[in-house]
Design a protein around this ligand. Structure first.
Ligand code: SAM
Ligand code: ZN
Length: 189
């Protein structure tokens, strides 16, 4: 058991490995801890860790952006022990490239802290990956995966498709306008 100056302690979790448990009441909105570690690129993270070789997926990586990942195995603090829940009492927020864990609601002493990892899906997850990323949070709201809900992935795909279609329409309008002007006509008003 460790005491870190933060409002939680680290001990065995019924969910997975070690977890973080509140040692005092934590108020909704309270900033609990920063997720620290070495800041590396995705390429470096891929070189360091071979997810395919793991039967059970385990990581201390936190994706900050398309460029940066935090590797909490190096220079990391106890934030790396906060597990995932599909019905979380905490959330992670990225503020100017730094990651903080906040309380989503009031938390009682002894409660395990957890936030929704919602790992981004690529859409072509294999059965093996679905198994590797299965969720053991045990809440009634459990979606069975520590990856983001499929609906979130599908909504993102639809939003991207809409954005692409809008950009294409705009390009076509600009082309039509330029085409008519270049033939000496004015665009319709
Ligand atoms: C940042 S660590 C959390 C601390 C971890 N329990 C430990 O002892 O190292 C993230 C890893 O914990 C495990 N984990 C966390 N939450 C989980 C959950 N709800 N279901 C299954 N595994 C979980 C997964 O192996 C995940 O890759
Ligand atoms: Zn779950």
């Amino acid at each position: 058991m460790t005491n870190t100056g933060h409002p939680f302690e680290i001990r065995e979790s019924p969910v997975a490995g070690k977890g973080a448990f509140a040692t005092r009441p934590i108020r909704k909105g309270e900033r609990i801890i920063e997720y620290t570690g070495e800041r590396i690129t995705h390429a470096e993270a891929d070189a360091r860790y071979d997810d395919d070789s793991m039967e059970e997926h385990h990581t201390f990586l936190f994706t900050v952006s398309s460029r940066t990942v935090i590797d909490a195995t190096r220079e990391g603090n106890d934030a790396r022990f906060i597990n995932h829940s599909c019905d979380p009492n905490c959330e992670s927020e990225i503020e100017r490239g730094r990651v903080f864990i906040f309380a989503l609601r009031d938390i009682r002493p002894g409660e395990e802290l957890a936030y929704d990892y919602a790992y981004e899906r690529s859409g072509d997850e294999t059965e093996k990956e679905e198994r590797q990323y299965r969720c053991l949070c045990g809440t009634r709201a459990c979606r069975g995966s520590i990856m983001e809900p499929r609906e979130t992935y599908e909504a993102r795909q639809r939003a991207q498709a809409r954005k692409k279609a809008a950009a294409r329409r705009q390009r076509e309008r600009a082309k039509a306008q330029y085409g008519s002007q270049s033939r000496g006509k004015r665009p319709a008003r």
